[in-house]
Design a protein around this ligand. Structure first.
Ligand code: HEM
Length: 239
């Protein structure tokens, strides 16, 4: 089959992007209000209830921000993970052959994609007091951006850090989902989605190749998120 692609098109028009964000926020707020008034057996109802318990009443702005964050933070990141893992496969025939021969290695492929091209490149933190780090004095109240993407390619932590290797003894020791109290709540879901996607794709497709002409593998314009703009693949169906 020819020319099947996925494309993520971030808006380059700031006014349009702001309008889309506002529309999404309004949409989510409507759902939050509805689940508050008519709880049912779903995740948003549980989040809204937990919020009301935590704050003693529904703080509509905070609850909406948390639900919208869950939605936005859970979709584009996982789409990028699947895109970068696919790019890793088509660029590394040895990895593609190994994973095709043994689908049990798909989990290692996904961890390598997370490590090499962290879908979330940095997380911000704020110092609560003056801090010394690496010979630098950071004043109290400063924003410090922790560069996950750089840490996960630290050669002291991962030998040949730019290489996709399925046999790293510390395969899961990357920081792509953060660390500590804010560790990504959706990590198991993201890993599951990516694993199922590749189990299904590799069971059904053969001769997967990148259509270089029609793809645009440059990363999207974003400081926070990382992922290819457009992947067009060619393949044969397995019988
Ligand atoms: C490959 C996919 C994903 C990546 C790379 C990713 C990455 C991250 C990172 C780095 C953090 C830590 C933020 C920090 O420390 O400040 C985080 C937190 C979070 N993620 Fe994800 N995420 C992914 C998928 C998801 C999914 C599928 C969901 C929801 C279903 C989700 C929901 C959240 C939420 C709610 C937090 C905040 C947790 C907290 O502050 O306690 N993420 N994620």
């Amino acid at each position: 089959m020819d020319g099947v692609g996925i494309q993520y098109r971030p808006s380059e028009d700031i006014a349009e992007a702001q309008k889309i964000s506002q529309d999404l926020f309004d949409y989510v707020r409507g759902i939050v209000v509805d689940r508050h008034d008519n709880p049912r057996d779903d995740g948003v109802s549980e989040m809204v209830q937990a919020h009301a318990e935590l704050f003693g009443r529904l703080e509509l702005g905070k609850a909406t921000a948390d639900v919208a964050n869950m939605l936005a933070g859970g979709i584009v990141t996982t789409a990028h993970l699947i895109g970068t893992a696919m790019l890793t496969l088509v660029r590394n025939p040895n990895v593609l052959a190994a994973v095709s021969a043994d689908p049990g290695r798909i989990t290692a492929l996904i961890e390598e994609a997370l490590r090499i091209d962290a879908p979330v490149q940095y997380v911000p933190r704020w110092t609560t007091k003056q801090t010394e780090f690496g010979g630098v004095t950071i004043p109290a109240g400063a924003q410090v951006n922790l560069l996950i993407g750089a840490a996960d390619r630290d050669p002291a932590a991962f030998g040949e850090p730019d290489e996709a290797r399925l046999d790293r003894p510390n395969q899961n020791d990357h920081l792509a989902f953060g660390q500590g109290i804010h560790f990504c709540v959706g990590a198991p879901l993201a890993r599951l989605e990516a694993r199922v996607a590749f189990e299904q794709l590799l069971a059904r497709l053969a001769d997967i190749r990148l259509d270089e002409q029609r793809s645009d593998v440059r990363n999207i314009d974003s400081l926070t998120f990382r992922g290819p703009r457009r992947l067009v693949l060619t393949f044969r169906g397995r019988r």
